[in-house]
Write a protein that binds this ligand. Structure first.
Ligand code: PMP
Ligand code: GLN
Length: 387
């Protein structure tokens, strides 16, 4: 058997969650809440099932849900996506990303990716026959203790063969967010090119310190060439439901749907109907930033009593921390050691790099997920203080 992905193993999230379970560790690794979605949302989903929404919904998604998505995006970002031709409900953001990459990237096309990056992008590009062109973020410094995007490096990476530029913000794993100046730079870079943009915006509703999420949909010059992707898993604390969506201009959406219809055909109906009914009245997404900011602050305050040194996080439910005061172990070894010996599961940041040699580089960082109950965070912090 000749593998199509010879360098790919089981995802780090699965591996580290399994290790945490095996060792009964507190799992601050894989990104998911340890609490339930809103009871009202769960009720609406169960009602939908009892009301016979149990057969195939339309291929592109339940019309009422596409309508609610369109209304929300218009309200927040000012761009009106036609629910019939420009919004598609997908099986999580994962499927939207894979379907988009498979639909757009031809054999030999270059795809620009900014690293560290979410682990799906590079294998998806490889499956499509594309060639990833990896641009490094600027490393954190004493003055600016967070990563940042080097726009000049992005500009230099774009050639006539570039088909797609993948952007993720708020960013997993670094927690950085885009400012207006970043979008200015992006607009300037892509004008007069044929490049498409893939905006992985699954953490769109989790931004801190009074910042706004500046979706690609906020800029007409960008949205005209963008696929904007989000996830109800993140927005409604329901990662196990695997429902997400993508918005893109009609001609682009038509191509994504050609893949979507043969990947999953459609997404389960009771959750779509329940989500649509919930979205009609809920403003829950608007409360998510302050909810998670309190958790970020709790973890950061707790880490002050440990030898971990947190970087700044501006959004998402992730925080990076430097452990160089504790150990010079490579990140993957350190993450395993924390899980098995100290009962706190985390993710090594090296897993977000193309080159496994990242683990021998100059950063010693692990990722914490703080989408956890306060008592979970407190118990974890007490364990971290002993390391
Ligand atoms: N993109 C990023 C950056 C993520 O962090 C995640 C998930 N955790 C996804 C995509 C996938 O989202 P979903 O669970 O909705 O498939
Ligand atoms: N996105 C989640 C994370 O970064 C995990 C999703 C997954 O397990 N595939 O932890």
């Amino acid at each position: 058997l000749i593998s199509k992905l010879p360098n790919v193993g089981t995802t780090i999230f699965t591996v580290m969650s399994q290790l945490a379970n095996d060792h009964k560790a507190i799992n601050l690794g894989q990104g998911f809440p340890d609490f339930d979605p809103d009871i009202d949302l769960m009720t609406k989903v169960s009602q939908a099932m009892m009301e016979s929404h149990n057969q195939y919904p339309p291929m592109a998604g339940v019309p009422e849900l596409r309508n609610e998505i369109s209304l929300k995006v218009k309200e927040l970002y000012g761009r009106l996506y036609d629910p019939n031709q420009e919004v598609t409900v997908t099986s999580g953001a994962t499927e939207a990303l894979m379907a988009s990459i498979l639909a757009f990237v031809h054999e030999g096309d270059e795809v620009v990716v900014i690293e560290p990056c979410y682990d799906l992008y590079l294998p998806a590009i490889e499956l499509a026959g594309g060639r990833p062109v990896v641009v490094a973020m600027q490393a954190p410094t004493e003055q600016v203790p967070r990563y940042s995007i080097d726009w000049q490096a992005v500009r230099d990476a774009i050639t006539d063969r570039s088909k797609l530029l993948i952007l993720n913000f708020p960013h997993n794993p670094t927690g950085i967010n885009m400012q207006e100046s970043d979008l200015d730079a992006l607009e300037d870079i892509v004008q007069n090119t044929g490049i498409f943009l893939l905006g992985d915006e699954v953490y769109e509703h989790i931004v801190f310190d009074g910042q706004q999420h500046l979706s690609l949909a906020t800029r007409p010059a960008l949205s005209a060439r963008s696929i904007v992707i989000s996830s109800f898993g993140k927005t409604y604390n329901a990662t196990g439901w695997k429902v997400g969506y993508c918005c893109a201009p009609a001609a682009m959406t038509a191509e994504i749907r050609k893949v979507h219809q043969f990947m999953v055909f459609t997404v389960n109906s009771p959750m779509q109907v329940g989500l649509a009914n919930y979205m009609k009245n809920s403003r829950a997404h608007l409360a998510l930033s302050s909810f998670y900011q309190q958790k970020r602050d709790r973890l950061v305050a707790g880490l002050a009593g440990t030898r971990f040194k947190p970087l700044q996080t501006q959004g998402s439910f992730f925080l990076l921390a430097d452990y160089s005061a504790i150990s010079d172990m490579p990140e993957a070894d350190f993450a395993r050691w924390m899980t098995t010996e100290h009962g706190v599961g985390v993710i090594p940041v090296s897993a977000f790099y193309q080159d496994a040699a990242a683990d021998r580089s100059n950063h010693q960082l692990i990722r914490f997920c703080f989408a956890k109950r306060d008592d979970t965070l407190d118990t974890a912090i007490a364990r971290l203080a002993k390391i």
